[in-house]
Each structure stands twice: as structure tokens, then as C-alpha cells.
Design a protein. Structure first.
Length: 621
């Protein structure tokens, strides 16, 4: 047993990070402290100031550990890394670490290209963004391609290099063919300058020049040329409409504010680039044990900017804790000075108030949507309970599926729905170990046996140690099992449950000739369900989710096997080089398309290895 009194006495009076763990040894909270002894003790002292969420977390703490650091800054960095690693349930967790898209102009090349990227590197190119609305970015790029004859190929083109035959893009007027010498570097860079002016907010200069040219063309009766210029002006206006101008005094800045009700918090962030609001993002904070605005914003900044590719020069907030420490951390990540400011008046204060108002409205909409979903899900579960004639409403449903191609890379998956909603944290994946070939019944028998054996073992261990039952692994059993199949699959499940002496109702999803679910099999009877009913909607969602999860896992194993086997055949490419190549290029197809210089820029790839890759793919087209 973990001796709390002794361990609390042993805590050092030094900066560091502490990790709270539950009865299964899982990290449920990560925090940093200037003085570990003082901070960790606070959780276990009786205090009326503790929120209900903090009290709930403390009840689940079975043990804790700590890591001493040299400074508070080191503790902050370690805290961010450990939160990313463990994804603790009581920390502020954003849905994902979004890498927002940038528009990249390769001004470091003789004839620059323009394209969308999610990686911002220090490579001499010019980046614009990031843009939260990726669809708008791709639409902008399409407008640019149609109105600016800029190349899209990856060829390395030198002004006085070898000239080649132009591609189709030149003939359909989407490229000026610099590769064929049809345009000089100076003329080509005029297009690039116009684009840079457009993306940096100086589009009025570009529009005025284009309008002058259009009027001149019309006066000279060059109506086709005038029409092209007109379309270009319209395209630029469309791009401009996407961005709201707020002030010429604004630079690259983010504005963060929050709103809350009695239970939840919504953080809203507005992105301002070159004096324009280019987009916004919001986050509903889940499992948040913090209630102080300054603490929440401080933790949000660490979580958000710890995973984003771009950090602006200034971040405006209503209040924040550890401001100097956060500024130092953000500055080290950005490479230049970053300031966190709390505006008290003026335009910045007004915009921050607007962000708060948006956060409030977003939270209201979110809660309304949540309420409707809850009502719909409760109604669906109630219908299911009546149709199957269960004694109680099945709050927890588990569904299972098998995926393979002719028995190869055979896998099984389990998805969980609680109160009608997917519970992703309880999803489980199984590699089939004992079955050879495409035998779905035996494969299903294996994964169900493993699932319930794990559950029995965990429950036994928790009871022996005198700890509370935890549902983070397999120890919580379902109220209902849904099998993606008919009588055969149901009988396999019932056979496994009988072996373990477990009583759980099992239904099978019956399909028609078009492989569409028409009803359920329960107690050896088919129960027909109306296609447009709420319960059919629930069953379909469960079925689609278990299919998606199984197929995704199967494909990932198959792709790894295929990728591994192809790269293994290339001379001079060992395990570490294979990992580096896949990390940089993402797929074998991208590696095949990469030029010699790109391959050389990959860590651990030397001239000999790069040439081996080129030779291999040339030989095996």
C-alpha cells in the first residue's frame, strides 16, 4: 500500500512536476510546482475551498510520484511534455494538437512556388497564417492558381538552367512555364510580389494597378485581356472578403478569453494577422479541476501553444498566472520575444470583450446542442430497452467486429457507447493471436475471451488491494453486447459468457440482401426495427463506429507491413533510416517522388543512401 503520510513528509522543497495516479497506476493529473512540498500537500488537506472536481480527483488518487527539476521553467516544459504523453483525465485537454495550415511562398527559389503546408520551418521561405479555416485556405490557393500563372511542380528550376518542354498547365494557362524559359525571373517575380502584397494586406495597391490595366485594355479594344483582368480583380476581392480588417495598429496577435456557467468553461481564441482577424477557434474544457480564470488561461496557453506550429509576438488575455514564466517559455519556443498582455482600455480591450461575448454564445450553443443530444440518446436507449424487453436501460453498450483480408492482418475491435455516446477512451484493439486464416467465429471467440478474462483479473486485483472499482480498462462490464453479425456471432458471445459465468444480454445485428441492418437477433428471435426510428439511428451509429475502428486498425497494420517490406529491400537503408524517411515523407510514394536533394536533407541519409533510394525506385518502377 502507498504510504501517503510518509511520502508527503519526503517531498522536497524544490521545483518540479508531480503525477497523480489511480488504483491501476494510470496518470490522472500532472502539475508543476515552484515548491513541491507545499503544492502537493494542499490536495490532501481538508479544505472548504476545494471544488467538487478537485475532491473527485483526490478520491481517485491511489499514489503519486514527483520529478525534481533545476528551475520552474524546466518544470513547466516537463509538465507540458508529460501532459502530452499521458493525456491525464483531470488536466485541461484540447481535442488535438492542431497544426493549422499556412500559405507558403518559396522565395528562396529562383522561381517560387505557392502551396499549403502545415509545417513551418526556418528554410528561407515566406509563410502566411496560420489559418484556422483550412477549407478557406484551399479555396484561396485555387483562386491564386487560376489567376496567377505560378508553377506548381517540384522541379528545381534555375534561370539559366536546362530548358524542358512545358507541361499541360502551360497550355491551359495555369502556368507561365519558367522551366521552358518562357518567362524571365524578373517578370515571374512580379506575380510573386503581387501575391505577397495581397496576403500581407496591401491588396489595394494590387487592385488599383489591375483596374488601370483593365481600363487600358478596354480602351484598346482588347476585351479578352480586360476580361482576364476583371476575373483577377474579382478573385482578389473574394480573398479579401475572408479577412476582417480591425486596425492598422494590430500585428500578429492572439486574443484569448473565456466564459463559464456553473459546470463548464469555453475558451475562445481570435487570430489576428497583419491587422486582420483571419479566424477563430474555441475549446470546451473537459474534466477541468481549475476554477480560477487566471489558472485556466495559464494552463490553456501551455496546452495550446505547446502543440501549435505558430506563436505570435503578442497574446492578449483578461488575466493570467505565471505571466513572466509563460513569456519566457513562449519566447524560447518562438525564437524571439513574446509578450502576454492584459489590456485595460482601448481597441485591444474592446476586442478582448468581443472574444468573451463569442465564448459566452458558443458555450450556450454547445450546452443547447448537448441537451438535445442527451434527450435524443435517452429516448433511443429507452426504445431499445422496450424492443429487447430488458429490465433496465443499457447505459453501457459494447460492440465487436473482426477485420482482415483473406485471413491476413486479422484484428478485432471493441467500441463502447455510454448513454448513447461513443466513449473513445474505452475502445480496445486486439491482434488475433491464436487463429490462422479467415475464421471470424474463432477470431471473435478469442477477443471476447481475452476481453472478459482481463476484466475478471482486474476486478479481482482491485478488490484484493481494497481499492475502488475503476472503469479505465476492462473492469467495467457492459449492460448490453451488440455483435456485428447474426445468430452465429451471438452464439459465440453467449458461449464465452457462459464459460465465465457472466450474465449479459447479447444482440446480433441482422442485415438484408443489401448488407443493410434491418433488425436485431435476441433470444434466437429476430426483432424488426423501423428504418427511420431513433433506435435504428443508434444501432447504425454503433455499427458504423465499430466498422470504422476495425478497418482503420487493420489498414494501419497492413500499411506498416507493406511499407516495412518495401523499404527493407533498399540497399544501405537500415531500421533507423527507414524510421527517419517515414517520419519526414509520411509514405513510400512520397519517398519515391523525392528528389536527391530532398533525400539528402533527411537526418542520417548520406549521399550513398540517397543514391540507393533513387536507383531502387528507378529500377522498380
Amino acid at each position: 500500500m502507498f504510504d501517503f503520510k510518509y511520502q508527503l513528509k519526503m517531498l522536497p522543497e524544490k521545483p518540479g512536476v508531480y503525477l497523480m495516479k489511480n488504483s491501476l497506476g494510470e496518470v490522472i493529473y500532472v502539475g508543476k510546482a515552484k515548491i513541491l512540498k507545499n503544492r502537493v500537500k494542499q490536495y490532501f488537506q481538508k479544505s472548504k475551498n476545494h471544488s467538487e472536481k478537485v475532491k473527485a480527483m483526490v478520491k481517485n488518487i491511489a499514489e503519486f510520484e514527483y520529478i525534481v527539476t533545476g528551475s520552474e521553467m524546466e518544470a513547466l516544459i516537463l509538465e507540458c511534455n508529460l501532459i502530452k504523453k499521458y493525456r491525464p483525465r483531470y488536466n485541461i485537454l484540447l481535442k488535438d494538437d492542431k497544426h493549422y495550415p499556412f500559405i507558403k511562398i518559396t522565395i528562396n527559389e529562383d522561381f517560387p512556388r505557392v502551396f499549403v503546408t502545415r509545417i513551418r520551418a526556418r528554410d528561407g521561405a515566406k509563410y502566411f497564417g496560420p489559418y484556422p479555416d483550412s477549407s478557406a485556405v484551399y479555396e484561396t490557393i485555387e483562386l491564386i492558381k487560376k489567376n496567377f500563372p505560378i508553377r506548381t511542380c517540384r522541379k528545381i528550376i534555375k534561370e539559366k538552367g536546362e530548358k524542358i518542354k512545358p507541361c499541360l498547365n502551360y497550355h491551359i494557362k495555369l502556368c507561365s512555364a519558367p522551366c521552358s524559359g518562357y518567362i524571365s525571373k524578373e517578370e515571374y517575380n512580379k506575380f510573386i510580389k503581387e501575391l505577397i502584397d495581397l496576403l500581407t494586406g496591401r491588396e489595394n495597391d494590387v487592385l488599383n494597378k489591375l483596374k488601370e490595366k483593365m481600363e487600358e485594355a478596354a480602351e484598346c479594344l482588347e476585351f479578352e485581356k480586360a476580361a482576364v483582368l476583371r476575373d483577377k480583380i474579382n478573385a482578389i476581392n473574394k480573398i479579401r472578403e475572408r479577412q476582417k480588417i480591425i486596425s492598422s495598429n494590430f500585428e500578429n496577435e492572439d486574443f484569448i478569453n473565456i466564459s463559464s456557467d456553473t459546470e463548464d468553461w469555453c475558451v475562445q481564441i481570435f487570430f489576428v494577422r497583419n491587422g486582420k482577424i483571419i479566424g477563430r477557434e474555441y475549446f470546451i474544457l473537459e474534466n477541468n479541476i481549475l476554477e480560477n480564470t487566471g489558472d485556466i488561461i495559464s494552463n490553456f496557453i501551455k496546452e495550446f501553444y505547446g502543440g501549435t506550429a505558430f506563436i505570435p509576438k503578442k497574446v492578449y488575455v483578461p488575466e493570467v498566472q505565471d505571466i513572466k514564466l509563460l513569456e519566457e517559455w513562449l519566447s524560447s519556443k518562438r525564437g524571439t520575444k513574446v509578450k502576454i498582455k492584459v489590456p485595460e482600455k482601448g481597441e485591444k480591450k474592446k476586442l478582448l470583450s468581443m472574444v468573451e461575448e463569442n465564448a459566452k454564445m458558443t458555450l450556450e450553443q454547445f450546452k443547447l446542442k448537448l441537451k438535445k443530444e442527451k434527450e435524443f440518446n435517452n429516448s433511443s436507449l429507452k426504445e431499445l430497452c422496450e424492443i429487447v424487453e430488458l429490465e433496465d436501460i443499457p447505459h453501457r453498450i459494447e460492440a465487436y467486429d473482426i477485420s482482415n483480408i483473406q485471413g491476413v492482418d486479422s484484428v478485432g475491435t471493441m467500441v463502447v457507447f455510454e448513454n448513447g455516446k461513443p466513449k473513445n477512451s474505452d475502445y480496445r484493439r486486439f491482434k488475433i493471436k491464436t487463429v490462422i486464416g479467415a475464421n471470424d467465429y474463432d477470431s471473435m471467440r478469442e477477443i471476447l475471451t481475452r476481453r472478459f478474462q482481463h476484466g475478471i483479473n482486474e476486478t479481482k486485483e482491485i478488490k484484493e488491494r481494497g481499492l475502488a472499482l475503476s472503469g479505465t480498462k476492462f473492469s467495467v462490464f457492459p449492460d448490453l453486447i451488440l455483435m456485428d453479425g447474426g445468430r452465429g456471432q451471438v452464439n459465440v458471445a453467449l458461449e464465452v459468457l457462459k464459460h465465465f459465468d457472466i450474465n449479459i444480454p447479447v444482440c446480433g445485428m441482422v442485415k438484408d440482401d443489401k448488407h443493410k441492418t434491418r433488425g436485431l437477433i435476441y433470444n434466437n428471435k429476430e426483432l424488426k426495427i423501423k428504418q427511420n426510428s431513433k433506435v435504428m439511428n443508434l444501432i447504425t451509429r454503433v455499427q458504423d463506429e465499430v466498422h470504422r475502428f476495425a478497418i482503420t486498425y487493420h489498414r494501419s497494420l497492413r500499411d506498416k507491413r507493406i511499407l516495412h517490406s518495401i523499404l527493407e529491400d533498399i540497399p544501405n537503408i537500415g531500421i533507423s533510416r527507414r524510421k527517419e524517411l517515414l517520419k519526414k515523407f509520411g509514405s513510400v510514394d512520397n519517398i519515391r517522388k523525392a528528389c536527391y536533394e530532398k533525400l539528402l536533407s533527411t537526418p542520417s541519409i548520406n549521399k550513398k543512401a540517397a543514391q540507393s533510394i533513387i536507383d531502387y525506385f528507378h529500377k522498380n518502377k
